[in-house]
Design a protein. Structure first.
Length: 144
């Protein structure tokens, strides 16, 4: 699925990210995903402060990972994040790539749903604020 809007950040693992085999421990991958998620939410001006101000929380309800190549100590890599679904849930696809070779290292995704902060009720469709924030990247609404 093609991303509606995307962002990229560059990062690298540190010693505390490694497991006994001297590669990044799988449990640290969500932290790298978060860097991409923050970048894309900032790009659409709907970061965590704006979410709270809008009255909605967006907990993650699902994460998926597909490891292609291990990440190693101090290895620079890019986290590409793209919003691919937004109407009933917020789905972000990620790809970790080696910036020198362009080689894919990992592919992953996260799914978040809107929750009314006051009532703690999950919404079955995304609130209008998300459409508003994404409007510069969405095609014009049909006038049928």
């Amino acid at each position: 699925m093609k991303a509606i809007v995307s962002a990229m950040v560059e990062t690298r693992p540190h010693f505390y990210d490694l497991d006994p085999m001297n590669i990044v421990w799988h449990g640290n991958y969500p932290r790298f995903m978060e860097l991409g998620r923050v970048a894309i939410l900032d790009k659409i001006n709907y970061g965590y402060d704006e979410m709270i101000a809008s009255g909605y929380g967006w907990p993650i309800i699902d994460m998926r990972f597909r490891y292609a190549r291990p990440l190693r100590l101090h290895q620079t890599f890019e986290v590409h994040a793209g919003i691919v679904e937004w109407e009933n849930r917020l789905k972000i696809d990620y790809e970790f790539r080696d910036p020198e070779t362009g080689q894919r290292l990992t592919r992953c995704s996260s799914v978040q749903v809107a929750v009314d902060i006051k009532t703690e009720t999950m919404l079955w469709e995304s609130p209008p604020i998300l459409r508003e924030k994404l409007s510069p990247w969405l095609p014009p609404a049909s006038s049928d």
